[in-house]
Design a protein around this ligand. Structure first.
Ligand code: AMP
Length: 126
């Protein structure tokens, strides 16, 4: 595997992120280049290069975490649908070689893309 990725720096707290969920095994934060408002990444803290290389435990748990994060997004942004994308390998569009799942909200009405900062505030206000 290549040397340390941006996600590991985020997990260690060396690089800031718009974190919306964390547990002992996973972290979720907003993608800085979102395909839609609320586009989030779900990432195991222990690095493997992609989900096909990852442990059974990660493969089993990642969709449960995704469901939890989807509820956080839906509560804050009232989107109607989601697309779940996992790129595995360079030719498939994977750029960061640390397992991650894209959770991309879809809306009934067309949305202007807001700043990630604004979206984060909507998701973290109680
Ligand atoms: P992939 O093409 O599946 O490897 O996706 C990598 C994703 O990581 C892209 O959508 C990037 O916008 C996102 N990304 C890269 N650096 C950061 C960062 N510092 N914070 C949040 N998302 C990032």
């Amino acid at each position: 595997m290549e040397k340390i990725t941006i996600y590991e720096k985020i997990i260690k707290g060396e690089v800031p992120s718009y974190k919306i969920y964390e547990d002992d095994m996973f972290i979720s934060f907003l993608d800085i280049n979102p395909k839609s408002n609320g586009h989030a990444l779900i990432i195991p803290k222990k690095r493997m290069s992609n989900i096909l290389e990852d442990s059974i435990l990660v493969r089993e748990r990642i969709l449960e975490v995704t469901k939890t994060v989807s509820k956080i997004i839906q509560k804050g942004l009232s989107n109607s649908s989601f697309k779940i994308v996992i790129n595995c390998g360079e030719e498939a569009g994977q750029e960061v070689f640390h397992t991650h799942l894209h959770l991309i909200p879809y809306y009934k009405e067309k949305q202007d893309i807001l700043s990630v900062d604004k979206i984060y505030k909507k998701l973290t206000v109680n």
